[in-house]
Design a binder for this molecule. Structure first.
Ligand code: NAG
Ligand code: NAG
Ligand code: NAG
Ligand code: NAG
Ligand code: NAG
Ligand code: NAG
Ligand code: NAG
Length: 915
């Protein structure tokens, strides 16, 4: 989310043909210069936005003014004719001029979310071999967050603005009563809940979202002009005067889109009515601005973040068919940005990504609504430019929210503010539309890659309302500390994980939308002679194909790191008579067509001619469907992919992928991680480098996680003692376990304090959080294949009796707490001794003079991080009193039986939490 107004820059070369194409041709006088929109607020020296620059320099403004159509100056025209304005903008075209408008058969229609259900944790599909997929889990977590949000708090600032009594407390973060973007999240909430309603039909959610619409309706009515927002109209005065205002149209777009989604997906007519009245208000504003000043003034004002205002107006026009709505839409088709793209001039470097992608989505809508092929071409070109020169291995784009030099992504991954989640959300929309238009598998492949790698990990496990702003891409980066600028500069962007009550960044808004519509891009319908279905994503789900009476049930076997194939099974059953239909399934680009096996009702299909990624990438089966099963088996392999950087010295910087999944790796042990080499200043080769010189294949230097641990729960085992919280941690040097000070988020120490827990507890059920059960195995996260023994070492071979623990409800009785009992010595629990009180925490002189043993080096590093002296933790059987050497933990000793009744003592508390 750009915070300040971008200024305008001028290109040296005059390019009047551009303006003829896109700007108001009729208004342009001879010799006009091309005005490129550039967000000059990004300062490369500082690596951040330069807030507070003046909007335009006087010279630039004068140049703009020279372009003004005289007859529109000073409100000479009493009558403002929207159609006449539209014609002048489009060189004579009226709303029907689009002879090239795509017909009903030309574009694929996404299946309605009402008809798609992700396979969940408690339905029958699990028994049939599918699992509670990560998609359903993510949707469910988001549903819980949407239900957690309170309609009164979501509308607090709206009520305040309207002069209605407020109820409860306002939210914080970007929704706080003094935030200039306040209300934006409420708009996103309406979009997200409308999609979630369609995807789940959860009636509690419907009641909540309907209340929000009702409240907004009342606010608009109270204000009485059509205006509806949580901030005053004066924000638009500033905007129109080219003064600083934080993107008021951006927020209005969110509110309008939310209300319109409530109408389109949940049939709430009030939503539409509010939007129409709002549009009346904003049309008047724009009309006045153009009449009092000029149309150029409108475009100058637009030179900041206006979201997808064009997009929502085009959508509204498809419903109302009102000329004014079409003209408003086109007035927000930012010409200084779309123009160069129309001429295939790549001028996107330096632009703010999330300001411009929504404009492209609106341009895509224009193609669909009026058949303006120029706009189809613009978005196709934009996608190619971004995808070829500005994307990470995730398929996503942006650093510090901007596009930078093409094919120079090494420079970008040195900074942790990569891939703003909003940009990912919007880029997915662009590629989804391109797929719908072209049926080209490359767009569906891109969608899969970006959805899996750019969205799915942006929600933290199953914690509702914990999401990311940036997704850092560099080696050694942690999501917990994303968003930091290069060192030496104050944090400028929100980073790390947000919280449910007090964050509400733009990426929270798009985040709740993304996880509400995971089912909207699996099935696409084709209107042809025969009903056609494209299945482009392999996500366990059921689709009720109403037009044919067929039900499609998609199962996908959960993928293991050792699997040579990814297996999908589609059953297509007719509710009544068999139905003739065409079904196309995607052969992903990451597999090999030759090795792909497709079996229809037990019979092998030949793929080379039809399903061939260079030739469409789809396998199409046309038949009478009655009760059929199509199974697909895609070879899946490890591979590397070079970073998009055209400097040969960076050729060795590669991403590792397993099918569509970008892998996150762990290479450690060579050099201790210190503050300086963990910073955001660059890549520390010696730490993150893999020496693959002599490797024949990627698999030679990659250790797959054993299958039983793959989906296991990640935990940190903590214990509070002596007023401090200590975590169980594996020493890099000798694989011994020790209790450490709780590490700072995102540090290397966190990795060593993370464990997988599997066995009878922590199995793959959706209730994974219940970490309880007998015979669990605990595996250090960074030592796959090893297990913690009751001797408290990590050993190579899990499964022996000495690697088993019983996880039982915490002895202290605290909710969520577990205690670990040694399976070999029932009644003995893992615990630490209460830490002895210390004077002068940390930095003891004797420590500084200590020798340079690896353990001590690490200790000093932790001290520098401000964590204090590492705990003298001891792990002992409860009840045993003898001292053990510091920092070297021992297991239960023989004879240290737990006395009966001691379970009430709080010392045995070992809390768990999900990382
Ligand atoms: C960028 O930041 C540097 C360092 O603060 C400053 O010297 C320079 O003037 C800035 N550039 C612009 C265009 O503001
Ligand atoms: C809505 O979803 C929540 C969370 O999954 C669930 O507890 C509740 O029962 C659902 N309500 C309805 C009416 O389906
Ligand atoms: C434009 O002029 C009208 C009528 O004179 C006035 O009411 C309105 O405030 C002006 N609007 C702007 C944006 O200057
Ligand atoms: C969010 O707010 C609720 C209620 O005000 C509170 O119980 C909860 O602890 C808060 N959560 C966080 C993470 O701040
Ligand atoms: C894929 O299709 C192209 C074009 O039809 C053809 O040249 C190529 O040999 C095909 N590849 C396979 C593996 O079938
Ligand atoms: C990589 O390993 C090879 C031997 O496997 C060795 O010859 C080479 O020096 C190593 N390179 C680096 C940079 O460590
Ligand atoms: C736990 O493991 C032990 C030893 O492997 C075995 O004898 C016992 O039956 C297991 N208990 C359960 C409940 O699986």
């Amino acid at each position: 989310m750009a915070r300040a107004r971008p200024a305008l820059a001028m290109s040296a070369a005059a390019e009047s043909s551009l303006l003829l194409l896109l700007c108001a041709a009729a208004f342009v006088e001879r010799g006009a210069a091309l005005h490129l929109c550039t967000d000059r607020l990004f300062n490369f020296t500082q690596g951040r936005h330069n807030d507070g620059l003046p909007h335009l320099t006087p010279t630039e403004e004068a140049t703009w003014m020279a372009l003004l159509p005289r007859r529109l100056r000073g409100g000479a025209r009493a009558e403002f004719d929207w159609l006449a304005l539209y014609r002048s903008l489009t060189r004579g075209g009226g709303p029907d001029y689009g002879a090239g408008k795509p017909g009903p058969g030309d574009l694929l229609t996404p299946a309605s979310l009402h008809d798609v259900r992700l396979h969940g944790g408690d339905d029958d599909h699990l028994a049939a071999g599918s699992s509670s997929s990560m998609y359903w889990q993510a949707q469910q977590t988001n549903l819980e967050y949407l239900l957690y949000l309170d309609p009164d708090r979501l509308t607090w600032t709206f009520r305040q603005q309207a002069g209605l009594p407020t109820v409860g407390d306002p939210y914080g973060g970007w929704e706080a009563p003094d935030g200039q973007l306040r209300g934006h999240f409420t708009g996103h909430y309406l979009s997200a809940s409308a999609h979630m309603w369609a995807a789940t039909h959860n009636s509690t959610l419907r009641e909540r979202m309907t209340r929000v619409v009702d409240i907004l309706y009342d606010c608009q009515k109270k204000m009485g002009t059509g205006y509806l927002s949580a901030y005053p109209e004066t924000m638009f005065d500033l905007y129109e005067q080219l003064d600083e205002a934080w993107s008021p149209y951006y927020t209005i777009h969110k509110i309008m889109q939310g209300l319109l989604d409530q109408y389109m997906l949940a049939s709430n007519k009030k939503g539409l009515d509010v939007v129409v009245w709002m549009t009346d208000y904003f049309s008047n504003r724009v009309k006045n601005l153009i009449q009092n000043y000029t149309i150029q003034r409108h475009w100058e004002a637009m030179n900041e973040e206006t979201g997808g205002f064009n997009d929502v107006m085009y959508q509204l026009y498809t419903i109302t068919k009102e000329q004014k709505h079409l003209t408003m839409a086109h007035l927000f088709d930012k010409p200084c940005f779309l123009g160069p793209l129309g001429l295939h001039k790549d001028g996107i470097s330096g632009l703010h990504v999330n300001t411009h992608l929504p404009v492209v989505i609106g341009a895509q809508k224009r193609y669909e609504v009026v058949g303006d092929h120029l706009y189809k071409d613009i978005s196709t070109y934009l996608f190619d430019v971004v995808n070829s020169s500005h994307t990470f291995a995730t398929g996503g784009t942006s650093t510090m929210e901007h596009w930078h030099d093409p094919k120079r992504l090494v420079d970008e991954i040195k900074i942790s503010s990569n891939e703003e989640t909003c940009a990912t959300y919007n880029f997915l929309k662009v590629s989804r539309n391109l797929f719908r238009w072209t049926k080209e598998a490359k767009y569906a492949d891109h969608y899969e890659r970006l959805l899996i790698n750019g969205i799915m990990g942006n929600q933290r496990g199953t914690q509702p309302g914990v999401m990311l702003y940036f997704l850092p891409m560099g080696p050694g980066r942690s999501k917990s500390v994303s968003g930091r600028p290069p060192s030496g500069l104050p944090p400028k962007n929100p980073g790390g994980w947000g919280g449910p009550n007090d964050t509400f960044w733009c990426c929270y808004g798009t985040g709740i939308e993304s996880f509400s519509k995971l089912g909207d891009s699996i099935y696409f319908l084709e209107n042809g002679e025969l009903p056609g279905l494209y299945i482009i994503q392999y996500i366990p789900s059921t689709f009720d194909w109403k037009a044919t009476g067929l039900t499609v049930n998609q199962q996908a076997k959960p993928l293991l790191s050792t699997d040579p194939f990814f297996k999908v099974s589609l059953t297509i059953a007719a509710k009544g008579d068999a139905q003739l239909a065409k079904v196309s399934v995607r052969i992903p680009s990451w597999t090999s067509t030759d090795g792909t096996m497709a079996i229809l009702n037990g019979q092998k299909l030949y793929l080379t001619s039809t399903g061939n990624s260079t030739d469409g990438g789809f396998l199409t089966v046309t038949k009478l469907w009655a009760d059929d099963t199509l199974t697909l088996q895609f070879p899946i392999t490890l591979r590397t992919e070079a970073i998009k950087d055209d400097r040969s010295e960076y050729g060795s910087i590669q991403a590792v992928l397993f099918g569509p999944h970008l892998l996150a790796g762990l290479t450690h042990g060579k050099v201790p991680v210190t503050d300086s080499n963990h910073s955001n200043d660059g890549l520390t080769r010696s730490i993150w480098e893999v020496n693959a010189t002599n490797a024949a294949s990627v698999a030679d230097w990659i250790t797959p996680l054993p299958s039983e641990t793959l989906n296991s729960q990640l935990v940190t085992l903590t214990q509070s003692a002596g007023g401090r919280t200590l975590v169980l941690s594996v020493s890099i040097a000798d694989a011994k376990l020790e209790m450490q000070e709780q590490p700072a988020p995102g540090t290397d120490a966190c990795v060593h304090a993370t464990f997988r827990v599997y066995g009878q507890a922590g199995s793959s059920s959706s209730e994974m959080l219940q970490l309880q059960g007998p015979n669990v195995t605990i595996e250090p996260f960074d030592r796959p294949g090893m297990a913690v023994t009751n001797g408290l070492l990590a050993v190579g071979r899990p499964g022996g009796r000495d690697t088993l623990f019983n996880a039982v409800p915490g002895l202290d009785g605290a909710p969520g707490s577990v205690s670990l009992e040694l399976a070999t010595r029932l009644g003995c629990f893992v615990t630490t001794a209460a830490a002895a009180p210390r004077s002068g925490r940390g930095r003891g002189r004797e420590r500084r003079h200590a020798g340079r043993l690896p353990g001590q080096q690490r200790r000093r590093q932790r001290e520098r991080r401000g964590g204090g002296v590492p705990a003298r933790g001891e792990l002992r059987a409860r009840g045993a009193a003898e001292a053990v050497p510091p920092a070297e933990l021992r297991g239960a000793r023989d004879g240290a039986e737990l006395p009966a009744g001691a379970a009430a003592e709080p010392a045995g508390r070992v809390l768990h939490r999900l990382l």
